[in-house]
Design a protein around this ligand. Structure first.
Ligand code: SAM
Length: 227
């Protein structure tokens, strides 16, 4: 049985038992293989848009003798599945938030039958949350972890309406409430970065300085840092 990263393990923990899963951008098919070997899911599609990673996903599924449970398809985003596949859960992990939002937008017509989205944007998490809030999805869980020096956020969404404040979009509605140690470390680091960036902006660039100060202030409010 293959060992997978802490990040993918955490993503896997949000996949419902018995799910019919589409893993978008499944370069090695590690997640579908892990979930199938654990007996957690009944069927998976591993979708990959680039030929090389597609072939490596196919090879791994064959090597693990799981071709009856995992189908690897060369396709972009949600084009990897058809209604007949009866997919109910979609994972999109390890990509930029803008790309994830774009994949969701391009595949919008296919989303009404999906009961859960599990998204792990490497950056621009606010764009993913905004897209969800504007398209009839509510965030039902979030998590944050640190692995190999990088912070990863996981966003789980289901059908439903829930408006998000600007603060919730940037920091995450659940993450900002929980304020875990990892969350605080992430935003402390970001705070330091932005303060350094602010110091480098010339006094005459008032608008730029003010936008940066605003971003800094928002982090301080969340972390309860005075001034
Ligand atoms: N999901 C895996 C993970 O989290 O470890 C792999 C992440 S890898 C960095 C991103 C993969 O997504 C790449 O293999 C890339 O080719 C694929 N990808 C990017 N855009 C895609 C799209 N529109 N549809 C399917 N796959 C895509």
């Amino acid at each position: 049985m293959k060992a997978i990263s802490q990040r993918l393990l955490k993503v896997a923990s949000f996949v419902p038992d018995g799910a019919r899963l589409l893993d978008v951008g499944s370069d090695h098919a590690y997640l579908p293989i892990y979930l199938t070997q654990q007996g957690c899911i009944s069927f998976a599609l591993a979708g990959e848009v680039v030929e090389g990673p597609f072939q490596s996903a196919q090879k791994n599924v064959q090597d693990e003798q799981l071709t009856d449970k995992i189908e690897v398809r060369l396709a972009s985003g949600l084009a990897a599945f058809e209604p007949a596949d009866q997919i109910d859960t979609i994972v999109i992990a390890g990509m930029g938030g803008r790309l994830i939002a774009e994949i969701l937008e391009n595949g919008r017509a296919k989303l009404p039958h999906i009961s859960r989205l599990i998204l792990q944007p490497n950056n621009c998490q606010d764009e993913v949350r905004s897209w969800l809030a504007e398209h009839g999805f509510q965030i039902v869980a979030e998590d944050i972890l640190l692995e190999a020096g990088k912070y990863y956020e996981i966003i789980v969404a289901e059908e439903g309406q829930a408006a998000l404040t600007a603060q919730e979009k940037r920091f995450g509605p659940y993450l900002v409430k929980e304020k875990s140690a990892i969350f605080q470390d992430k935003w402390q680091q970001e705070l330091k970065k932005l303060e350094l960036a602010l110091a480098r902006i010339p006094e005459k660039n008032r608008d730029e300085r003010s936008a940066m100060s605003q971003k800094i202030q928002e982090i301080k409010e969340v972390l309860h840092v005075s001034k």
